[in-house]
Design a protein around this ligand. Structure first.
Ligand code: NAD
Length: 267
């Protein structure tokens, strides 16, 4: 047996990942699997869960998949119960699932449409954190919430008022949680990605009235200064791994922007 300590950063830890079936959540699940974590893969789309479950298996990761809607309290509480009955512990929560939702002028935004976006993104993150606490408070752990440059640094995406408000809310909530949960050794941070190549646009519901309020914004040199294009989910997964690991043991209540300087140009 080798006497070298493992270089894997979250080996043996149990990580609960929402939105694990696609995009950023899927990339984080694969990265965590490579790092020896045990995975609880949450998504509301069972088909994508089956695929990511197979991928996790190919890296030898112990995992369960749980079809759950993060905006439904019972569903998320049940997912944590399954986590504990399978693994007996919870160390890392990646509260990542989210939607773009209805994109509309504020004047035409229906209350139900507004609440649907807030319900998944902000209330869903609240529920994901709330129901993790009883399982993490004894040993501590790391919670990472996926917010966005929208609502924090960028306000020029007309039509995204519900989305941006939900993402600003996630940042405020994560800081409240960081302070409140510090006594349990639970760290809470947000990541704020710029444009990342995922399936998020499939969750957009653009309304025809948007044409009435769009403000044309043009960037002659392109809108992604560092790499001349959107980021990759794998790049975001590296940041999530860092925040999940003990390498980030003194970091809590912080937002980390991961956008190749996009928000500095567009803010
Ligand atoms: P994605 O659509 O590729 O993946 C999101 C996953 O979340 C999907 O598998 C979807 O089924 C799942 N999901 C959606 N609603 C759910 C619910 N109620 N319950 C359970 N699962 C649900 O998108 P992505 O880009 O990977 O998005 C992940 C997070 O990143 C979101 O919070 C999004 O707002 C944020 N984000 C994305 C970008 C980007 O450009 N892609 C930029 C900033 C922030």
């Amino acid at each position: 047996m080798s006497s070298h300590p493992s270089t894997k950063r979250i080996e043996g830890k149990v990580a609960f990942i929402t939105g694990a079936g696609s995009g950023i959540g899927r990339a984080a699940a694969i990265r965590f699997a490579q790092e020896g974590a045990h995975l609880v893969l949450i998504d509301r789309d069972q088909q994508t869960l089956n695929v990511i479950g197979q991928e996790a298996k190919s890296f030898g990761a112990k995992h369960i998949t749980v079809e759950a809607d993060i905006s439904d309290e019972q569903s998320i509480a049940d997912a944590y119960r399954k986590t504990i009955s399978e693994f007996g512990q919870l160390d890392i929560v990646f509260a990542n699932a989210g939607i773009n939702g209805t994109l509309s002028p504020i004047e035409y935004m229906g209350k139900e449409e507004w609440e649907a976006t807030i319900g998944v993104n902000l209330t869903g993150s609240f529920l994901t954190v709330k129901h993790a606490i009883p399982h993490m408070k004894e040993k501590g752990g790391s919670i990472i919430i996926t917010s966005s440059i929208n609502g924090n640094r960028v306000f020029s995406n007309i039509g995204f008022s519900a989305y941006s408000s939900s993402k600003a809310g996630e940042t405020a909530f994560s800081r409240m949680a960081a302070l409140e949960l510090a006594e349990y050794g639970i760290r809470v941070n947000t990541i704020c990605p710029g444009a990342i190549s995922t399936n998020i646009d499939k969750s957009s519901k653009p309304q025809p009235e948007l044409e009435e309020v769009l403000i044309p914004v043009e960037f002659p040199e392109g809108d992604h200064p560092l790499e001349n294009g959107p980021g990759k989910p794998e790049q975001v997964a590296s940041l999530v791994l860092f925040l999940a690991s003990d390498e980030a043991s003194h970091i809590t209540g912080t937002s980390v922007y991961i956008d190749g300087a996009e928000s500095l140009l567009r803010g």
